[in-house]
Design a protein around this ligand. Structure first.
Ligand code: ADP
Length: 160
């Protein structure tokens, strides 16, 4: 059985992430979408909110579960007894970062493989930071995120 982990900040999860998770779930026996608690980023949502939104967005996938973690991604994979790290690739810009990360993870855990899935063209411009920036400016992000994420964004931004 191949267990893969799809790690990320997911702040918040959007349609590009969902597409990668759906495709990875078809390739691997089990997929854990792993929400990284403390990335070096300006977060809008807490880790439990991000995990809950991801859980709701991926509830239609039987072989996918959502977890959250702190510390090294490779340590999380070892604890889960997973073999594969899944990442999504958008533009060439992502490649350099993902390559660097894959090499770093390989240095710490050579037994793990990183598998990158290319984004679909329609999601190639999508990022969580863009979703947040557009929502903050009052723009319409309903095509970019599921409806429960849209409500969470409305709620969060109305309060901040
Ligand atoms: P990070 O892991 O850098 O904090 P994210 O949580 O935004 O970033 O993304 C998690 C993973 O999903 C990364 O591999 C990222 O490249 C990928 N990803 C983000 N947006 C998209 C998209 N629109 N299409 C495909 N993959 C994406």
């Amino acid at each position: 059985m191949t267990l893969a982990v799809y790690p990320g900040s997911f702040d918040p999860i959007h349609r590009g992430h969902i597409d990668v998770a759906e495709r990875a779930a078809r390739i691997f026996d089990q997929l854990v979408v792993a929400v990284y608690a403390t990335p070096q980023k300006n977060l809008l949502f807490g880790v439990h909110e991000r995990a809950e939104m991801a859980r709701h967005a991926l509830a239609h996938l039987d072989n996918v579960r959502v977890a959250h973690y702190e510390g090294m991604t490779v340590d999380f994979l070892r604890a889960q007894e997973a073999q594969v790290i899944v990442r999504g690739l958008r533009m060439a810009y992502d490649f350099d970062l993902e390559y660097q990360m894959a090499l770093t993870n390989c240095a710490f855990a050579p037994e793990l493989e990183t598998v990158c899935l290319f984004t679909k063209l329609e999601y190639s411009y999508l990022s969580s930071s863009q979703v947040k920036a557009i929502a903050l400016a009052g723009g319409d992000v309903s095509e970019m995120v599921p409806s429960h994420v849209l409500s969470a964004l409305d709620h969060k931004l109305a309060r901040s």
